[in-house]
Structures are given as structure tokens and as C-alpha cells.
Write a new protein. Structure first.
Length: 238
């Protein structure tokens, strides 16, 4: 498990591409790899990877086809930078929200605004995942626990505000419009939405699509969100 609080930025120092497999070597920031062992889990841009070899300040990971197909790791390049976090230890403070490191999908940056001492990014989600994202709810973007500032259900777009400290500690300050990012949906939200929709489908059957059309796009998902507890304090809030 991870907390969504990025602990540093690592550099890609070696890549080996084979059919269905990518081997990546990362150079970590100072002290990040202290005590790391073979078999340890590290979140790399939010994707849980297993250490296969390590040396002073570095570690090697094998990325399999399923992860390559679902994440941005296939696009890694030598000299590129990624967000990294070690697996949480028992009793660790959850400063963000619990993450599994299992990426659900990728999203694309559609706009970037820079008001004074802030940065605002807007992301485009695949339609099938938009139902799980709500204003003021949690989301993990490239392994960073963030708060959604607003969500447009019809377009599948959401925005996040970044404070200077988050920009300093992560790779987000270098991101550009059009780039892809890894998304992990907050699991409690997904389970709640799916459970309520399943219940309504069981009760209403063929009437459910008509009810959705009558109420408007996303109305049932917003209703499901009312059953969720208010989020605590993830890494950034808007």
C-alpha cells in the first residue's frame, strides 16, 4: 500500500525493451533507497513495481505487458523523470489517501493555467471512469494524492490545483498540455458508486436508462456520491 505522498523524483538511467517486457533502472534521490531490498515495492508514477536488482541509490524493475498497456510507463525515455514513493510501513501516517499502486487508466492534460503561486491542470478521463470522480473527492495522478477541485461529468474532465510544495517535490511542474498521466481511482468511491448503480439496475431494470435520461447525465452518480464520507486532507486541496 502507498499513501499518495510522493517522496521524490527519480531519473531513468537505463531501459531495455523486449517483447512484452520493459526493464527500467532508476536513480533515486538521496536516502530514498536506504534499506531497499529485492522484492520491495516502489510506486513509479503511481504504478506499483517490484525491485529485481539494486545498487547504491539505484534499482531495477521489470514492467510486464499488462502494466505497459494500462500506464504511461511504455513511453519512458532515458533521462526522463518519474514520481516515486516507497511502500507504506505499519503505523505510517496516511497524509494522502490509501493507494494500491494499480493503475486504472490514463488521462490527458487538456489545459494548464498559472495563477499567482499556483498551477491548475485540467485532465480528460476516458468516459467509463468519469463516473467515479467527484468535486472535493480523492484521486491519484501519477501516484500523487490530490483533491479534485471540479468535475464536468458530461465531458469527463476534472481540474486539480497544485501548491508550490507539490510542484517542487514532483514532476508536475514540467508537464505540458497533451501529456498522459496515470490515474488510480479512489476505491471506496468506486465500490460505493458501483454498488448503488447495481442496486438501482436490479430494482429498475430497463427503466434505469430512462431515469438517467430524465435526470440528466451523471445524476445517479452524483446521488451515489452523497453516500460517501467527506474527504480528509489529501496532498492538495482546493
Amino acid at each position: 500500500m502507498f499513501t499518495g505522498i510522493v517522496k521524490g523524483v527519480a531519473e531513468v538511467v537505463a531501459l531495455e525493451r523486449k517483447a512484452g517486457l520493459l526493464t527500467v533502472e532508476l536513480a533515486f534521490p538521496q536516502d530514498f533507497a536506504e534499506g531497499i531490498e529485492i522484492g520491495a515495492s516502489v510506486a513509479v508514477d503511481g504504478c506499483c513495481l517490484t525491485v529485481t536488482r539494486h545498487s547504491a541509490g539505484r534499482a531495477v524493475f521489470d514492467v510486464m505487458q499488462e502494466s505497459l498497456a494500462r500506464t504511461t510507463l511504455l513511453d519512458l525515455e532515458l533521462g526522463g523523470q518519474v514520481n516515486v514513493e516507497r511502500a507504506a510501513r505499519d503505523g505510517a501516517e496516511i497524509g494522502g489517501h490509501p493507494l494500491s499502486g494499480h493503475i486504472d487508466c490514463t488521462a490527458h492534460i487538456v489545459s494548464i493555467d498559472t495563477p499567482d503561486n499556483n498551477k491548475v491542470m485540467r485532465f480528460q478521463l476516458p468516459a467509463e471512469w468519469a463516473r467515479y470522480v467527484f468535486a472535493k473527492g480523492y484521486i491519484a495522478v501519477n501516484g500523487c494524492s490530490l483533491t479534485v477541485s471540479d468535475m464536468d461529468r458530461a465531458s469527463g474532465r476534472f481540474s486539480v490545483w497544485f501548491i508550490p510544495e507539490t510542484l517542487r517535490a514532483t514532476t508536475f511542474d514540467a508537464k505540458q498540455v497533451g501529456e498522459a498521466v496515470n490515474i488510480e481511482i479512489e476505491r471506496a468511491t468506486q465500490v460505493t458508486v458501483d454498488t448503488i448503480r447495481s442496486y438501482l439496475d436490479e430494482r429498475l431494470g430497463p427503466l434505469l436508462p430512462r431515469l438517467e435520461a430524465l435526470l440528466g447525465a451523471g445524476a445517479l452518480d452524483e446521488l451515489a456520491a452523497r453516500q460517501l464520507p467527506d474527504p480528509n486532507s489529501p496532498q492538495d486541496k482546493a
